[in-house]
Write a protein that binds this ligand. Sequence first.
Ligand code: UD1
Ligand code: MG
Length: 474
Amino acid sequence: MSEQHLAVVVLAAGEGTRMRSSKPKVMHELAGLPLLGHALATASSLDAAFVVPVVRYQKELISDYIKAFYPNALIAEQDEIPGTGRAVECALASLPADFNGAVIVTSGDVPLLDVATLESLLEAHLNGGYSATVLTAVVEDPTGYGRVMRSNDGKFIEIVEHRDADAKQLEINEVNAGVYVFDAAALREALGKVGSHNAQGEKYLTDAAAEILRAKKKVQALAVSDNWLVAGINDRVQLSEVAAELNYRICEAWQLAGVTILDPSSTFIDVTVQLGEDVTLLPGTHLKGLTKVAQGATVGPEVFMVDSAVGESATVVKSHVTGSIIDANASVGPFAFLRAGTELGEGGKIGTFVETKNAKIGPGSKVPHLSYVGDAEIGEQSNIGAGTIFANYDGVNKHRSKIGSHVRSGSHNVFVAPVTIGDGAYTAAGTVVRKDVSPGDLAMNVAPQRNIADWVIAKRAGSKAAEAAQKANN
Ligand code: UD1
Ligand code: MG
């Protein structure tokens, strides 16, 4: 069959009341993508002629996401009639009237479903000449799911929703996964006959399968081998369970691709992250968004990193890093906070209790201890003394400072921006640098030190300090 005869409908119109959230269920995040993003990624991989997400609840928010990431999707809108059956009916209405191929239906709340499962379901559907194929799962706890009724000889009869099931039906542990393949014409006809006489007063898609059977067409129910693939998310307990399983699978895939992960249960990697060979991830590491870690780098323990790049053989320890670039062989942390726009050159160092923002720190340059570097550019091989503050904010505007290459700034300096320090310049300890410093100059503005002789002995007579001083003087 050509892909021209395939449509994939992704249901995303429900409110998801069980999430108890102001956000629609399908927009809740899982490993860096909204639930819907996972479902659309799978749907789009099938190369179908039409990918049709169905929206209604908070449709602007959901449509904006779809348009941004899946501009070719055909967004269908569900009207006020509730239920998965109605949602699919609205999807069919948005397809060309002469569309007569296969329709795969998936849900925006079933994020782990993979392309291989859909492909084999479609194949079994087409090869057997079925009008409907339902994917099922045999589970330990079927609570909440629709139960699959079969005849004594195992043939599909119907799906009964949890809320409509009697005590005996509730004991059945084969459940509807919410994933189907239908023949478009048979589905159209069946949905026309489905009512909403059920506990929820909704038009159920599940009833279309039974309706197709009643029309003397072939329907089958096939059980999936890996139940996680069809885990549906209806509340936040399920969200965390599926998140843990997905994370375990992501870690396993990276381990098999050559990444050392000491403790997958405390290492969290978004699906959007890229890792090189021989990367080591230590416990408590979170890699999020578009983060990339190059070959041989070590990240962790306890690093939270978003949309950042780590170069080859660099190390990042116990730090919070967002929107930053760390070049090869550089080192960060422990206890560093790299904010957006930080760029650390090759072999450079951002050390302990250092915060940076919009700061370009050149190759081999170091900011080792207790400093704030904001809106600054530092050349190559410079060393910023301990406890240095780049005072970038005058209370109204932010200003940039520029430090040259091979600069040595003393401890406890303040660079009052905007200020420029030339190559090879020094600044003395405790300097408040308000004026530019030319290359090779030493800047200092500390007042000369004055020692008042025997002040402690006279003014603190009898104290331990005075006693110690007297003893030392004898
Ligand atoms: C549904 C199935 C159930 C199955 C389960 C698997 C029906 C009637 N029940 O139940 O048999 O075991 O999935 O996860 O289909 N949606 C719409 N429009 C609506 C209602 C829902 O688009 O009017 C969307 C939701 O956004 C969601 C999906 O359909 O993505 C499933 O809806 P949900 O309310 O979660 O159905 P379940 O109760 O889980
Ligand atoms: Mg559901």
